[in-house]
Design a protein around this ligand. Structure first.
Ligand code: SF4
Ligand code: SF4
Length: 193
C-alpha cells in the first residue's frame, strides 16, 4: 500500500496521492483561465469551505470541488450546483493558506460546463440577462422576470414590484441609456476582448 504524504505529520485521507491525480481536467481548468489556480497545491484543509458564505446550499464545497478536479471526476464537477451558487466573492481564495484559487477553479469549470452544453437555470438566467442588456443597454426588471419565470413569476412578484415603484426604486416603464451609441460601441469592444 502506498503511504500517504502527510502535512505536519497528520495523515489525511482527503489528500490525493500523486498516482490518483488525473491531469486532464486540471489542464482544461488551466486552459480556461485557471492558470494561477495552483490546484495541485491544495492540502484539503477546508479553510475555503469554512469561510464560504454560500456553502450551506452547495452540493460540493470548494474544498471538495478542488479535490474532484484533481481526481479528474468530470461528471461530478460539471453537474455540481456549486458552479452556479458561487458568487465569486473570492473569500476562499483570499483565505487559502496554500495560494490555491478556488474561485478561479470554479469560474473555469463553469466555462467548461457552458461549453459542454450543460443545461442549468442559472445559465438560462444569465443568457436572458445578457440578451436584455444588449437590447436596451439597461435592465428592465419586470421584463427579466417575465422572460425567466413567465407570467406566474411576474404576478407572484407584483406586490413587491408595486412597493418598489412607489418608493421610486423601480421604474414602471423601460428605462433608456443616455447615450445608446456609446454604449453599443463599449459593448462591442468588451465582446471582442
Ligand atoms: S483552503 Fe486552499 S488548501 Fe485548504 S482546502 Fe481550500 S483550496 Fe485546499
Ligand atoms: S468565491 Fe465562491 S466558493 Fe469561494 S467563498 Fe465565495 S462563494 Fe464560496
Amino acid at each position: 500500500m502506498v503511504k500517504k504524504k502527510c502535512f505536519f505529520g497528520i495523515k489525511t485521507d482527503r489528500q490525493v496521492d500523486g498516482d490518483k491525480m488525473n491531469a486532464k481536467l486540471s489542464q482544461e481548468v488551466l486552459a480556461q483561465g485557471g492558470e494561477n489556480a495552483a490546484i495541485n497545491a491544495c492540502m484539503q484543509c477546508g479553510t475555503c469551505s469554512g469561510g464560504c458564505p454560500n456553502a450551506e446550499r452547495m452540493d460540493l464545497l470548494p474544498r471538495s470541488l478542488v479535490l474532484m478536479v484533481q481526481r479528474g471526476e468530470w461528471e461530478k464537477v460539471l453537474k455540481s450546483q456549486t458552479l452556479w451558487l458561487c458568487s465569486s466573492c473570492h473569500t476562499c481564495t483570499s483565505r487559502c493558506p496554500r495560494g490555491v484559487r478556488p474561485t478561479d477553479v470554479i469560474e473555469a469549470v463553469k466555462a467548461i460546463a457552458i461549453r459542454e452544453g450543460i443545461k442549468n437555470d442559472s445559465v438560462r438566467f444569465n443568457q436572458i440577462f445578457v440578451e436584455l442588456i444588449e437590447k436596451r443597454g439597461i435592465l428592465f426588471e419586470p421584463e427579466l422576470m417575465l422572460k425567466y419565470g413567465g407570467l406566474k413569476a411576474l404576478v407572484d412578484q407584483a406586490e413587491l414590484g408595486i412597493k418598489l415603484t412607489l418608493k421610486g426604486k423601480l421604474s414602471p416603464f423601460p428605462p433608456k441609456v443616455k447615450e445608446p451609441k456609446k454604449f453599443s460601441e463599449a459593448l462591442t469592444k468588451a465582446v471582442k476582448k
